[in-house]
Each structure stands twice: as C-alpha cells, then as structure tokens.
Ligand binder design. Structure first.
Ligand code: ADP
Ligand code: ASP
Ligand code: MG
Length: 472
C-alpha cells in the first residue's frame, strides 16, 4: 500500500473553509487507498502573532502580550466551534484549547516579569501554533469521518538543542516514526501532526526555523520511506518567479531536486530550503500543490528533470541582505587571511551567501542581522570594514547555465538600468546570481522574467494557463 505525506501550510488551514477544503483533499487520498500522514502548519499569521506576543512580554508589555493571546484564543475557539459539532468531541477540543491558552498566558506573564526572551522560551511560545492547529484539524477530520489520530510531533521529531533552528537527528526520528506512526498507519489511521516543532533528547521543545513545516513533512516522509511527499500551499506549484512579484509567472511542471533546493535556498519561500534533503536521500518524489485548486497537477520535483529548451526554470530573490566589504592591502593573499575572515563569521554562527575577492578586498553577503556590528568590530581587527544593508540577491536557476555562451550578456542587458554590486556564477552549474539594491529587486525580476519567459518550453512550463488568461 503506498504511503503519502501531505503537508498543508498556514493558508491551507487559515479558517474553517480552508480546513474543510484540506479535509476533502485528504479524504480523496484515503479513498484512493493510501496510507496518509498529514503535517499541518499553524493557522496563517499565528506564528508571527505568537512571536509578537513574546516580544511584547519580554519588553514588559504584559497587557499587550495577553491581548494578542486573547485574540488568538478567540480565533481558535471560533474555528473549533465551526468545525466540530458533535457535543463530546466539541467539548473535549474546546477544553483543550482553553487549557493550552491558559498555559501560554502563564508563560507570557512570567516572561513579562523576567524580561528576558531566550531562544528556548521563544520556541516554547511559538510551538503553540502548530500544537493547536494539529489538534483542531485532527478533530475536524474525525468529525468528517476520516479516521484521524493526532500525534504530538515533539515525540517524533527529535532534534539537537539549537533553539529556533534545530537540526533533526535522523536516526532517532526514524526510530520514533516506526514506534509512534507506523502502527497507526497499519491500523488504517490518518496521522495528523504539527509541522515546525520538535524536541531535543531531553524533551525540551525546539523548532526547525521559520517555514519549517515543509521540512517536517520531508523528515517524516524520509523516515517512513514514503512514496510521495506533497507540499500543499496557496499557489499552483513552483512558479517561474514569485507570483506576488511577477503576476504572469508560469507554473513549472517538473524540476530537479537540485534546482528546487537552489531556488529555496535563494529565497523562493514556496519551499523551506532543507525540505529537499530527506527526499533526495531516499529518492522520494516531492509535489508542490495548490489546496485552493487541488485538481491542478502542481510541480513534480524529481532526481533528474527532463531537458528544458528554455535557459532558466525560475528566478528567486532573497531580500534583507547586507554586503560587508573587508579591505586590507597589507594582508592580501597572505596565507590564512580568508580563513581568519571566515573564522569570525563562524564564531558568530553567521552563514555567508556570496563571496567575491579582488586584489585588496573581500566582499561578503549575509542575512541582515543584529550581530553585524559585532562581526564588523571583530573584522576591523584584521582590516578596514564597511557594511551596508537593504540589498537583495537575485538568483536565476536552470540547467547547465555555465554551458550556454552569451547567457551573462543576455541577463545583464535585460537589467541594464539596475546597478549590480556582485555577480556569481562559479559555485553551481545551475545558478547565476547577483546582488542589487533591495528597492530595485522586484522590477529587476519582472524585467528578467519578461526577457527569459517570452517563449517558454511547453514541456516544462504550463503555457496553457497563460494562454487561458490571454484569451479571457
Ligand atoms: P505555506 O504557508 O503554504 O507554507 P508560503 O507562504 O510559505 O506558504 O509559500 C508560498 C508562497 O511562496 C506563495 O504564496 C508565493 O508568494 C511565494 N513564492 C516565492 N517564490 C515562489 C515561486 N518561485 N513559486 C511559487 N511561489 C513562490
Ligand atoms: N508556522 C511556522 C512559520 O510560520 C512554520 C510553517 O508554517 O512552515 O514559520
Ligand atoms: Mg512555507
């Protein structure tokens, strides 16, 4: 019997209507005879609001923090009432919701007294989003006669203790999935669990980083050697660029793991960057699908994508970056100089996206973060340092870009009007990226899209959707 892991993002569970849509999609898989695990995100915006409540409490704004919690309590209560009507189940679910919010409020009050928000407490607070959504959705499924069983993800997704960005421990997750999930699946149950959250070996709550529910879906799929992992979201699949930036973006029908990973890493929010890895390890195909348009075939991510006649598959943008320029004529090219620079980034646990070196300087790009002044202070012991924020990295992904002559010229002539700060094409055969001002990014993406997706390969891109829009 084939096993599918279905992950539904925040917008796919944002309200009773969305949860009902999700339930019918899941019911369809069950009716097709599949063993099914459902991984859900918190309801849309809940994670942001929980973080805001935590931030307010840590600044001593107890009333503000509790007001956010109270609005979230009402939203969950109303959603539960709309979804679950059977008296016994409704009262069990509502009591659970009240108890969870009572305990959240206690934590927020404590935080407002202590005034210190540690990553560990932050993870505990945000975990309520997925804990609540998964409970509620499991109950809603049962109400709709789907044989659902809720599992607390923290008993399965075991991670290290890097709070807010915990790394999964695969061997333990496999063991726990066999112990806690496999028997339920064999028993014909649909397992429902929250994404994003886990716990360390001591049982302390951790999270996998923002957008981490995709990663949970892939981890569970990998651990159970699923036949498919489905990422259900609010767009038709992986598109040729973010449709919010570029309204005429096209659906990519099929893409390789490597290309999808590159896009995710370079800012295509549709997938969490770590999602692909567990799937690659076991060659499990991943599908990106639209819960608002479930009959659309979405994007299939597989090991080797078919040849594409168009040079690029998609354009990603990563914003909120900073460039750091390190200028040191006397030390240039001395043995160990680059190592000394990277040691500083390592010390501050700050990943570097792009590097370029010249005779006297090294430029690096990093996510803008509050450690930058400290990093700059450490670097200034080695050299002169300047850093500037509000930058964006635009990344074009496609097969064998390196092999196509004249490609860079075509890219840069499409955005002649934009000032380009750093260019990289060396690291990967499938990516060409460059750094520009954040304010120029959206327009640059639209110009590149217009230039490179004029005549897209119909075997790879959904050109019929574009034709349908034009003919309407
Ligand atoms: P979910 O809550 O389902 O996890 P996300 O908001 O995390 O959904 O991701 C979906 C969003 O990703 C889309 O609404 C879209 O705006 C954005 N996105 C960015 N780049 C792309 C892309 N290349 N293809 C599709 N969506 C993209
Ligand atoms: N709820 C978490 C977030 O908003 C995880 C996710 O939705 O993937 O980041
Ligand atoms: Mg997401």
């Amino acid at each position: 019997m084939s096993l599918v892991v279905m992950k539904f993002g925040g917008t796919s569970v944002e309200d009773p209507t969305a949860i009902n849509r999700t339930a019918s999609i899941v019911a369809g898989r069950v009716a097709a005879g599949k063993q099914t695990v459902v991984v859900v995100s918190a309801m849309a915006k809940v994670t942001d609001l929980l973080l805001r409540a935590a931030g307010s409490a840590a600044q001593g704004d107890r009333t503000g923090a509790l007001a956010i919690s109270s609005r979230l309590r009402a939203r969950h209560r109303d959603t539960a009432c709309a979804l679950v009507k059977t008296p016994a189940s409704a009262s069990a679910l509502c009591n659970h919701i009240e108890e969870e919010f009572d305990s959240l409020d206690e934590i927020l009050r404590g935080l407002a007294a202590i005034l210190e928000l540690t990553p560990r407490i932050s993870d505990l607070i945000v975990s309520y989003g997925e804990r609540l959504s998964s409970r509620m959705i499991a109950a809603a499924f049962v109400e709709r006669e789907i044989q659902a069983a809720h599992v607390d993800s923290r008993t399965v997704i075991i991670t290290d203790s890097q709070f807010q960005k915990a790394a999964p421990i695969d061997a333990l997750i496999e063991k726990r999935a066999e112990e806690h999930l496999r028997p339920l699946l064999k028993d014909g149950k649909v397992v429902v669990m929250g994404g994003f959250i886990g716990s360390n070996e001591e049982g302390i709550t951790t999270t996998l980083g923002r957008g981490g529910s995709d990663f949970t879906g892939a981890l569970v799929g990998g651990a159970l050697t699923a036949d498919a992992i489905e990422i259900w979201t609010d767009v038709d699949g992986i598109m040729t660029s973010d449709p919010r930036v570029c309204p005429d973006a096209l659906r990519v029908k099929v893409i390789s793991f490597e290309e999808a990973a590159e896009l995710a890493y370079f800012g295509a929010k549709v997938l969490h960057p770590a999602t692909i890895l567990p799937a690659v390890k076991k060659s499990i195909p991943v599908y990106v699908l639209n819960s608002r348009n479930p009959s659309n075939e979405g994007t299939r991510i597989i090991s080797v994508a078919p040849h594409c006649k168009s040079p690029f598959k998609s354009i990603a943008v990563k914003k909120k970056l900073s460039i750091i320029d390190v200028v040191a004529s006397r030390m240039l090219m001395t043995h160990g100089y680059l190592k000394a620079i990277f040691d500083i980034f390592d010390k501050h646990q700050c990943p570097v996206d792009m590097v370029s070196t010249s005779e006297v300087s090294v430029s690096l790009t990093v996510d803008s973060n509050d450690k930058l002044p400290l990093i700059a202070a450490d670097l200034s012991k080695l050299a002169d340092v300047n850093y500037e924020g509000k930058k964006a990295l635009v990344c074009l992904v496609g097969e064998d870009i390196r092999g196509q002559s004249g490609m860079a010229a075509q890219v840069f002539s499409a955005i002649k009007h934009v000032n380009v700060r750093m260019i990289s094409q060396g690291a990967s055969e499938i990516n060409m990226s460059f750094m520009i001002e954040e304010d120029d990014a959206d327009e640059a993406v639209r110009s590149l899209h217009a230039a490179f997706f004029k005549d897209p390969d119909p075997s790879i891109f959904d050109v019929d959707a574009r034709k349908a829009i034009v003919s309407n």
